[in-house]
Design a protein around this ligand. Structure first.
Ligand code: ATP
Length: 248
């Protein structure tokens, strides 16, 4: 079993005192890719925000890199190597690719810079271009490159595929999986492309109405398609005890 780098236990979080996720258990190990799946409004983004402290936990705990971080400030978490690429990609349309890389890599050494740009050679050719003029796929590459320059131990990516052609998603997801393996990064992906996500994941958790309704090895979930579809579309028939195996 890989070392667990990120763990949520009994995590409940939401907005204005109303939980959007309830009693969630989740873990991601070193070099592992875990997908967080579920229909619109299931609580996927809220989970990521709660894991990094941007939405405060109402109950439960979050542990990152062996330390309890439940009520830590988000920037301290980022400094420890827990990075979130948000669904709006967290990039600035008026700045160039070079500006982003420069801002991000202040503390990155040159070896890391070269390694990251090697993974996304297209970015090197686009350095002078304003981000607003990049394609969706190029913007996503940049957002991930910026996160990687900080040499994260935990990387969470929210809806990487938003607005991207499936062909681009098909190329980028394996690149993320390879990164996780090679660098031992714990990766938590929120994805709408269920099959593509499962194809590159070790494990997955399906959320519905803020609860984990199904969890297991990605291959098992792919093989048990009916169960996966029910978890997506028919949350009512799922209770916590119907979870395929331990969520963590
Ligand atoms: P999607 O795939 O549509 O992004 P999601 O699974 O990421 O959905 P969340 O965005 O986490 O779901 O939303 C979970 C619930 O929390 C929804 O009912 C949503 O309306 C609510 N919610 C999300 N953001 C806020 C907010 N800022 N204030 C109040 N409620 C919110």
């Amino acid at each position: 079993m890989p070392d667990t780098l990120l763990r949520a236990e009994g995590l409940t979080a939401g907005y204005n005192g109303v939980p959007a996720i309830r009693d969630l258990d989740l873990s991601v190990g070193e070099g592992e890719v875990v997908s967080l799946l579920g229909p619109n409004g299931a609580g996927k983004t809220t989970t990521l925000l709660a894991l990094v402290g941007l939405v405060p936990a109402m109950a439960g705990t979050v542990t990152a890199l062996g330390e309890r971080v439940t009520h830590k400030r988000p920037h301290l978490l980022a400094r420890r190597g827990v990075r979130l690429v948000p669904d709006d990609r967290g990039i600035f349309y008026g700045l160039s690719v070079r500006d982003h890389l420069r801002l991000a890599r202040r503390r990155a050494d040159s070896v890391r810079r070269a390694a990251v740009l090697d993974r996304f050679p297209a970015l090197a050719e686009l350095e002078s271009r304003k981000v607003g003029l990049l394609s969706g796929g190029e913007q996503q590459m940049l957002a991930i490159a910026v996160a990687l320059l900080a040499a994260p131990r935990v990387l969470m990516v929210d809806e990487m595929s938003l607005g991207l052609a499936p062909k681009i998603v098909q190329a980028m997801l394996p690149a993320i999986r390879d990164l996780a393996r090679e660098e031992g990064i714990a990766v938590l992906l929120v994805e709408q492309h269920v099959e593509l996500a499962l194809a590159v994941s070790d494990r997955a958790v399906v959320l519905n109405h803020g609860r984990a309704v199904l969890a297991g090895q990605a291959a098992d979930l792919l093989a048990g398609r009916d169960r996966l579809e029910s978890a997506y579309f028919g949350a009512d028939e799922f209770a916590a005890d119907s979870v395929v195996e331990g969520v963590s």
